[in-house]
Design a protein around this ligand. Sequence first.
Ligand code: AMP
Length: 190
Amino acid sequence: MNIVIFGPPGAGKGTQANLLVKKFKLHQLSTGELLRKEISNNTDLGLKISSIISSGNLVSDNIVGNLIEKYISNEMYKNRLIFDGYPRNLTQAKYLESLLIKNNQKIDIALKLTVGLETIKSRITERKNLEKRTDDDEVVAVKRFKDYENNIKPIIDFYKQSNLLKEVNGEASVTKISDEISGLIDSIKG
Ligand code: AMP
């Protein structure tokens, strides 16, 4: 089973993906985490993307595409991936589909966490204190939220067309959201 989880910054994608990893023995593929690792390891790529990430802009489709390709083509992760933070636009959604087809895989469910801006602002402030992410500044967070809203419609339509889209209320408690997601996954597993 491969899962896409998406939602605005601070929607709880990472938290929920983490819980799914444990429950269904999956592997979390967070493009944001992979990119932050490049920065903290001071790699050439890290140096190139550091200011892009801090300003809340998106890294190029090519860069993130190369990162995910390695995982999709790796037998160890076959049909065990949760895509957290990817796709971010329609080009990426189509690229993901083509990579999966090439590797005899598919997306089984696309989970959309829906959360309003006010909740996002307070969660981002909380996370800033815990994780010290450079992009968890309120102004940058609002920008990232708005960009998300502007880019998300084609992705929603893309997954709706293939009947994979499930919407979850991301304002609920972590446990409630997790139970709802588990129920949705169980129902598609049959
Ligand atoms: P996230 O941890 O998913 O909130 O991502 C943090 C930052 O990493 C984003 O604001 C982007 O700068 C970058 N990033 C993560 N995933 C992608 C992606 N799929 N496409 C482009 N940039 C990304």
